[in-house]
Write a protein that binds this ligand. Structure first.
Ligand SMILES: O=C(O)[C@H]1O[C@H](OP(=O)(O)OP(=O)(O)OC[C@H]2O[C@@H](n3ccc(=O)[nH]c3=O)[C@H](O)[C@@H]2O)[C@H](O)[C@@H](O)[C@@H]1O
Length: 456
């Protein structure tokens, strides 16, 4: 394990003195929980012990869902994630989190602040953030904060009561994803491209900025490589200067088309360094190399998450990745486009699990790479069948009659990894983290989100 040398007197977990400490010294404050129906229980790990309902028997809504016949549950027996957590990390209510991406949120900060400088309808209404003891309140930078994963991370950190600065160049991110925080005193949004340096005072840096969809990152491969190298270099330089803890969001793509299955963190990978995916895969590999070089040479306090396929609300319709492509195609009744023969495999994790894992990793002492993914593995054909079935069931519930999609096979894409499944033993051991959402359960919410977005 790499153990960066720290200045004496700085504990490994406290990082450097946080911004709040610098301002208010040692005054003591009492933290108050967020004002939600379930407020009062502030355990970060409540979801780990709660007797949650099985996701396929949603007692609240009365909905039931059948597991697609084509998916062999046996293959998941090592990691059955079959619970829908009622809360997510940070003692935050899942209902509050959901409210931030569902249209009927009632949180109208942007609308009201824009209506008039004197707020005729009252002051802006924001989602309920925790009031943190300033000793625990951190100033946190999220690069790529307006993107799909970044915006969910910003939501969570804001609800937990931290000061959050999001930077984004809006190449794939969108201001709309964070509009509910505009004007909040704990939040700042900066248009900035990480390939250029930026000066900020922060305690923690979550470095997410980089397009992740093969369609996007291959559209400008030189820019993708610049983002991988210079973006990470600039964020690490900032971390070094202000002694912030730095977390790199790396990827399962560092394993390339793997010859080891499932993939452990110790696997060095099988990447074609001159292929069409190299701009992303090698960009992330050099980002990891830079990260550990700064740790060894300059004592930067680093964390590295290797993220496996992730999906959820706020994915772009035109993202180009398999989850959004298949859901949009199925909702429209269009053909489901399988590249190749459909035998390639992927393992899909819901975005809330990923955010839980990122925060757990940042707050841990562990400095080596950690896989964050859901080991539930599907062939792409199984996945297509499952999406068609989930979309049909959703439409039936909504009384929305539509054409059922059929599958069409297109030529395989170059260097497409043939199998992918995370070994999450390390995350379980060092973070106490494992996915809480089954793919089916997350997909059900995602299908509902895309359907609502289409109707709007
Ligand atoms: O979703 C992610 O998190 C990952 O997405 C991509 O990796 P990849 O697994 O290739 O993602 P997809 O483009 O979603 O492809 C998954 C599989 O579905 C197939 N696919 C995709 C889209 C489609 O319309 N049809 C289809 O058959 C692909 O050929 C591939 O076999 C990125 O390269 C990763 O960095 C990122 O972490």
């Amino acid at each position: 394990m790499i153990s960066p040398r720290r200045p004496s007197g700085v504990s490994p977990t406290s990082n450097s003195m946080n911004a709040a400490q610098q301002i208010i010294g040692t005054a003591t404050f009492t933290e108050s929980p967020i004002s939600s129906p379930t407020a009062g229980d502030r355990s970060d790990r409540l979801w780990e012990s709660s007797p949650f309902r099985h996701p396929l028997e949603n007692a609240t809504s009365g909905e039931t869902m059948s597991v697609p016949e084509s998916h062999d549950r046996e293959q998941d027996r090592d990691q059955p994630a079959t619970a829908t957590p009622g809360r997510v990390r940070g003692g935050v209510s899942l209902d509050v989190v959901r409210g931030l991406y569902n249209s009927n949120t009632g949180f109208s900060g942007l609308r009201r602040s824009n209506s008039s400088v004197v707020y005729p309808g009252g002051p802006p209404e924001f989602p309920p953030v925790k009031k943190l003891n300033p000793l625990n309140k951190k100033r946190i930078l999220v690069s790529g904060g307006a993107g799909f994963v970044g915006s969910h991370l910003v939501d969570r950190l804001m609800l937990m009561g931290h000061d959050v600065i999001a930077i984004d160049n809006y190449f794939t991110g969108s201001k709309t994803n964070l509009a509910h925080w505009f004007g909040h005193p704990n939040f700042e949004m900066i248009r900035h491209d990480v390939v250029d340096p930026i000066m900020l005072e922060v305690d923690q840096i979550y470095h997410l900025a980089c397009p992740a969809s093969p369609v996007h990152y291959q559209s400008n491969p030189v820019k993708t490589l610049k983002t991988g190298f210079f973006g990470t270099y600039n964020m690490l330089g900032l971390a070094k200067r202000v002694k912030a803890r730095f977390l790199l969001t790396s990827t399962s793509e560092v394993y390339g088309d793997p010859e080891e299955h499932p993939q452990k963190e110790s696997y060095w990978g099988h990447v074609n360094c001159i292929g069409p995916r190299a701009c992303y895969d090698e960009g992330k590999r050099v980002a990891e190399a830079l990260t550990y070089s700064y740790a060894r040479q300059d004592n930067v306090d680093v964390r590295v998450a290797r993220i496996f396929n992730t999906f959820g609300p706020r994915m772009n319709w035109n993202d180009g990745r398999v989850v959004s492509n298949f859901i949009v195609q199925a909702l429209k009744g269009d053909d489901i486009t399988i590249y190749g023969d459909g035998s390639a495999t992927r393992s899909f994790q819901y975005v809330h699990d990923l955010v839980d894992g990122l925060i757990a990793l940042m707050d841990s002492d562990y400095t080596e790479p950690v896989n964050l993914g859901n080991p539930e593995e599907y062939t792409i054909k199984q996945f297509a069948d499952m999406i068609v079935q989930l979309v049909n069931e959703h439409r039936q519930r909504c009384g929305d009659v539509g054409k059922t999609s059929t599958v069409t096979y297109l030529p395989a894409v170059a260097d497409d990894p043939q199998k992918r499944k995370p070994d999450t033993t390390r995350a379980k051991e060092v973070l106490g983290w494992s996915p809480q959402w089954s793919a089916v359960d997350g997909l059900r919410e995602t299908v509902a989100y895309f359907h609502r977005s289409m109707q709007q």
